[in-house]
Design a protein around this ligand. Structure first.
Ligand SMILES: *Cc1c(COP(=O)(O)O)cnc(C)c1O
Length: 394
């Protein structure tokens, strides 16, 4: 077992574990005892692979971005998760978890969502499988993200507003956990990133690891080597980054770079740059690093991209950061918006603002002409057009 993967106790070094109320223990324990075995079953793998291929549209292309490469003086490849069904990488995980839930005999699915992207991906797979779906969402987020709320309703999901606290993601998470405690037998809780109590970070990383699994094969075909010099991805909770890094973790020559949202500036008070501002603590059931006040209150994060304004990072990222296997960098709103426009103008691809954070890092790096660089394009920018319009005044 690699030093970078979870140990049998559910920890990545000093991070991870399952810090949950006792009433949740049976639910999490059922999952922990069964997930590896179920995921290893040939029938499970076959169904997962088939849906990835015929429903999601995988493998997603690995695209050599010619004009972007020219600009930065290296061979820059984009892993096109934006071309997946529903427009982002999140569907890889929700497909995996719905198959897991079915095999555990669950008939009802719950999820929490902030910007609504994970809620949409969850509602989608519930429609696909005909399972009841309840998505918890902060009341304020429901107002801010009307198109995604409409998508979820169209898919047949019930969107329940979280009306407590700041009426955003963390309150929705609390409501979802309460629901799960009350419905332990028939309900599975689909968490949307590599966060939460063990085994969620590990199982989400495994489902998303298809990103680097495909990338390796595609690089081998295109360049003769399966290893890039650099692999880049943006980090909210960290699931697309973990998927991009997963099969490169033990290849120490590959430099792994994760871009966090610095919002209006790392020290502006309006940021989500967890690796810089965060301290060790417990968030959403695992020990990790998170933005918190000296007395341990979670600090409300900010980023122009709704998918990145999470106050922590998953425990595996906290560990990779601590032991410096991956490098965590901060990208401001302005840098990301410019990178989003640049990709659009050079390649005719409008990226999600989240993904634009990873692209913005290219601007700050020095490459050799023979370098191979892979950037995870986690999602498409259709959902962000209003934001881009307002920002650039088009
Ligand atoms: C949700 C989302 C993210 C952030 O989530 P991770 O778990 O960090 O990957 C990034 N990009 C897009 C397009 C998203 O929808």
């Amino acid at each position: 077992m690699s030093n970078y993967q979870v140990n049998e106790k559910g920890y990545y070094g000093t991070f991870g574990g399952a810090y949950i109320p006792e009433m949740l223990y049976p639910n999490v324990e059922e999952l922990r005892q069964n997930y590896r075995q179920i995921m290893d079953e040939p029938a499970f793998k076959a169904e997962f692979d088939k849906l990835m291929r015929d429903y999601v549209g995988r493998p997603s292309p690995l695209y050599l971005a010619g004009r972007l490469s020219e600009r930065y003086g290296a061979n820059i490849y984009l892993k096109r998760e934006d071309l997946n069904h529903t427009g982002a990488h999140k569907i890889n995980n929700t497909i995996g978890q719905i198959l897991l839930a079915q095999r555990l005999g669950k008939t009802r699915i719950i999820a929490e969502t902030g910007a609504g992207q994970h809620g949409v991906a969850t509602a989608t797979v519930c429609a696909l499988k005909g399972l009841e779906c309840v998505v918890y969402m902060g009341e304020i987020d429901i107002q801010r993200q009307a198109p995604n709320v409409a998508r979820m309703k169209m898919m047949g999901a019930e969107v329940r507003p979280a009306k407590s606290g700041s009426k955003t993601l963390k309150d929705a998470t609390n409501e979802a956990l309460r629901d799960w405690i009350n419905n332990p037998v028939n309900t599975h809780y689909i968490i949307g990133s590599v966060v939460g109590p063990h085994p969620y970070p590990d199982l989400v990383a495994r489902f998303q690891s298809i990103i680097s699994e495909e990338t390796k094969k595609q690089l081998k075909e295109k360049t003769g080597s399966e290893l890039p010099n650099y692999a880049l991805a943006c980090v909210g909770g960290g699931s697309n980054a973990m998927g991009m890094f997963y099969h490169f973790l033990d290849d120490e020559s590959v430099r792994l770079i994760a871009a966090e949202a610095a919002g209006k500036g790392v020290h502006s008070g309006h940021s989500a740059a967890t690796s810089v501002l965060g301290k060790e603590g417990v968030l959403h059931g695992s020990r990790t690093i998170l933005m918190q006040t000296p007395d341990g209150q979670v600090i409300e994060p900010y980023s122009i991209s709704a998918g990145l304004d999470y106050p922590g990072i998953g425990p595996q990222h906290a560990w990779l950061h601590k032991i410096q296997r991956a490098e965590y960098v901060s990208i401001t709103d302005d840098e990301a918006m410019q990178a989003g426009l640049l990709l659009t103008r050079l390649e005719g691809i409008i990226p999600a603002i989240e993904s634009a954070h990873a692209l913005a890092q290219l601007e700050k790096m020095k490459f050799k002409p023979e370098d191979t660089v892979v950037v995870c394009l986690s999602g498409r920018g259709d959902k962000d057009l209003d934001n881009y319009m307002k920002y650039f005044g088009f």
